[in-house]
Design a protein around this ligand. Structure first.
Ligand code: NAD
Length: 502
C-alpha cells in the first residue's frame, strides 16, 4: 500500500498535463488542442491531455514506419529484442502501485482490482516474450525427394492499436506486448476517457530505451485520431477492442487500405445455473462476474439463467449480496464497486433501469450514500422477472446490472442462452460432468467456463463469435494476426519443368 507521502506525491503528479509520445519524445499536439480529463468520483478535472488529430497520427505513423523500415527493431537478434520486452515487464512491476493509483483515479475502478490488472499487464509482456522464444516457429513440408517447403513468420509492419476505457492498461499491454515482441512497430490510440495509464506505459517504454519510433502514443477522440489511424495507408493492421458498432465502422473504414483487423467487441454473456450446481460457489462467481470492474466488463455474466427449482433461494441470496456490496472511493482498498467512467455512460446505464420498469421487470437496487453524490455511481442492481426478448436481456448495459431469468431444462437453457446477437463468453454451473461439457459445446460463444468465473489462461485463444468479435488473440493464436506467414518452396532435385516454345 502506498504511504501517505507517496500518495501525496502521486496526487501532485496527477496534476501534470500529459502529452503525446511520438518518435521517442513527449510532445504536444500539432495544433495545441487539449482534452479535459475528468475524475469519475468527483467529476472534477484531473488534468489536460494533448488532443492528437490527423496531423499527429501522420507524424506517429511516419515515425513507426521509419522505425520499421530502417530501424534496428525487426532485424535485431531475438534475445536482444526480448530483453527489451522483459525490461518493460520489470519496469511495470516496479510501478504497480503508481499505475494502479492512476488507473483508479482515471476510471473509477476499485484499486484492489486495478492492482491485479497491472500485475497481469506485466505478465502480458513476459508471456509474449516466452511465446515468441518458444512458439514462433514455422512448419516444414517434405514433398517426395523433390521439395522442402517451409513457413516463416515475418512482422507485418505498423500496428494500429485502438483500446477502450474499461480496463485500459491491461488491454493496451495485451495488444502492445505481442505486437512489439513479434517485431512490429506500434501506434497506440488509447480511449479518450482514460489516458493516464497509457502515458505511464509510454514513460516506461521510454525508460526501457526502445529504439525511437518503435512505440508511439497518440491520445485523442476516436472519430478523429482513431479514424485517421484506421484510414492511414502506411498502417498494416488494426487491433481494436471496443463496442460492436465502432468495430463495424472501423472495418468499413479500413477497407480502402485493405487492413487486417482483429475485433474484440461487446458482450451479453449468459451464466446458466442448474439445480445440482454448487450453490455457494455459483453465487460467488455470479456476483463477482457481474459486479467486479463496476460491471464495465466485456465478459460480464450479465444474463443469469436459473433452473426453476433454485430460483427463489438463489434470488434471495443474490439480494442479500447485492445490498451488501461496498460502494466507495475507488482509491479505498475496501471498495468493491466504484463510479462509472463518465456522466454519459452513467446516463446510459441509468436509462436501462427505466427501460426495465417499462418492460415490466422488477428493479432491485441499493442506495447511493450521500457523500458519494458527486460521483457517477449506479448501485449494484438486479432486474427480476425478466424475459429474454426484453431489451434488458438483449442489449449490453455495461454497468453493475444483472438480468435474471429462469429455465425448465437443459434444452431450454441452451435455446435462451443462444437467443442473443452477442457471443463473447458463457458460464455453466452443474455437478453433472457430462451436462457441463454438453452445454458448453452448444452455447454460441468464443469462451466458455464450466464451474468457474472468468479465470484466464493466457495460452488459450481469446475472442468472441457472432457480434462479439472477429479473430482470436492470445497464446500463439495472436501470431496469426501480428505476423505474416510466408511459405518458401525449395527444389532439392531435378523436378520436371515444362518446356514451352522449345
Ligand atoms: P468504444 O467503441 O466507444 O471506443 C473504443 C476505442 O475506439 C476508443 O479508443 C475510441 O476512441 C475509439 N473509437 C471510437 N470511434 C472510432 C472510430 N470511428 N474510428 C476509430 N476509433 C474509434 O468502446 P468503449 O466504450 O471505450 O468500451 C466499451 C466497449 O468495449 C464495450 O462494448 C465492451 O464490451 C467492449 N470491450 C470488449 C472487450 C473484448 O475483449 N471483447 C474487452 C473490453 C471491452
Amino acid at each position: 500500500m502506498a504511504s501517505f507521502h507517496e500518495k501525496a506525491s502521486l496526487n501532485h503528479e496527477t496534476q501534470k498535463d500529459i502529452s503525446l509520445y511520438i518518435n521517442g519524445e513527449f510532445t504536444s499536439a500539432v495544433n495545441g488542442t487539449t482534452i479535459k480529463n475528468i475524475n469519475p468520483f468527483t467529476n472534477e478535472q484531473i488534468n489536460e491531455v494533448a488532443e492528437g488529430r490527423t496531423e499527429d497520427i501522420n507524424k506517429a505513423v511516419a515515425a513507426a514506419r521509419e522505425a520499421f523500415d530502417n530501424g534496428p527493431w525487426r532485424t535485431m537478434k531475438l534475445t536482444k529484442r526480448m530483453a527489451y520486452i522483459y525490461r518493460i515487464a520489470d519496469l511495470i512491476d516496479e510501478e504497480i502501485e503508481k499505475i494502479a493509483y492512476f488507473e483508479s483515479l482515471d476510471t473509477g475502478l476499485p484499486i484492489s482490482q486495478t492492482r491485479a490488472m497491472v500485475s497481469r499487464a506485466s505478465e502480458n509482456f513476459r508471456f509474449y516474450a516466452r511465446m515468441v522464444e518458444s512458439r514462433l516457429v514455422g512448419d516444414a513440408y517434405q514433398v517426395d525427394e523433390e521439395f522442402i517447403n517451409y513457413t516463416i513468420h515475418a512482422p507485418v509492419g505498423v500496428a494500429g492499436l485502438i483500446t477502450p476505457w474499461n480496463a485500459p492498461f491491461m488491454l493496451e499491454t495485451w495488444k502492445v506486448a505481442p505486437a512489439l515482441a513479434t517485431g512490429n512497430t506500434v501506434v497506440l490510440k488509447p480511449a479518450e476517457l482514460s489516458p493516464l495509464s497509457a502515458n505511464l506505459l509510454a514513460e516506461i517504454i521510454h525508460k526501457a530505451e526502445l529504439p525511437k519510433g518503435v512505440f508511439n502514443v497518440v491520445h485523442g477522440f476516436g472519430e478523429i485520431a482513431g479514424d485517421a489511424l484506421v484510414k492511414h495507408p502506411d498502417v498494416q493492421l488494426i487491433s481494436f477492442t471496443g463496442e460492436t458498432t465502432t468495430g463495424s465502422t472501423i472495418i468499413k473504414n479500413s477497407a480502402d487500405t485493405l487492413k487486417s483487423c482483429s475485433m474484440e467487441l461487446g458482450g451479453k454473456s449468459p451464466i446458466i445455473v442448474f439445480e445440482d450446481a454448487d450453490f455457494n460457489r455459483a453465487l460467488d462467481a455470479c456476483v463477482w462476474g457481474i459486479y467486479s470492474f463496476n460491471g464495465e466488463r466485456c465478459t460480464a455474466n450479465s444474463r443469469l439463467f436459473l433452473q426453476e427449482g433454485i430460483k427463489a433461494e438463489f434470488v434471495d441470496a443474490l439480494k442479500k449480496r447485492v445490498m451488501n456490496i461496498k460502494l466507495g472511493n475507488p482509491l479505498d482498498a475496501e471498495t468493491e464497486v466504484g463510479p462509472l467512467i463518465d456522466k454519459g455512460h452513467y446516463n446510459k446505464v441509468k436509462s436501462y433501469l427505466n427501460i426495465a420498469k417499462e418492460e415490466g421487470a422488477e428493479v432491485i437496487t441499493g442506495e447511493i450514500p450521500a457523500e458519494m453524490a458527486k460521483g457517477n455511481f449506479v448501485a449494484p442492481t438486479l432486474l427480476l422477472n425478466a424475459e429474454n426478448s426484453m431489451r434488458i436481456a438483449q442489449e449490453e448495459i455495461f454497468g453493475p446490472v444483472l438480468t435474471v431469468m429462469t429455465f425448465k431444462d437443459e434444452e431450454e437453457a441452451i435455446k435462451l442462452a443462444n437467443d442473443v446477437d452477442y457471443g463473447l463468453a458463457g458460464y455453466v454451473w452443474t455437478n453433472d460432468i457430462k451436462r457441463g461439457h454438453r452445454v458448453a459445446h452448444k452455447v454460441e460463444a468464443g469462451m466458455l467456463w464450466v464451474n468457474a468465473q472468468n479465470v484466464r489462461d493466457l495460452r488459450t485463444p481469446f475472442g468472441g463469435s457472432k457480434s462479439s468479435g472477429i479473430g482470436r488473440e492470445g497464446g500463439h493464436y495472436g501470431f496469426d494476426f501480428y505476423t505474416e506467414q510466408k511459405i518458401i518452396h525449395v527444389s532439392i532435385a531435378e523436378h520436371r519443368i515444362q518446356q514451352f516454345g522449345k
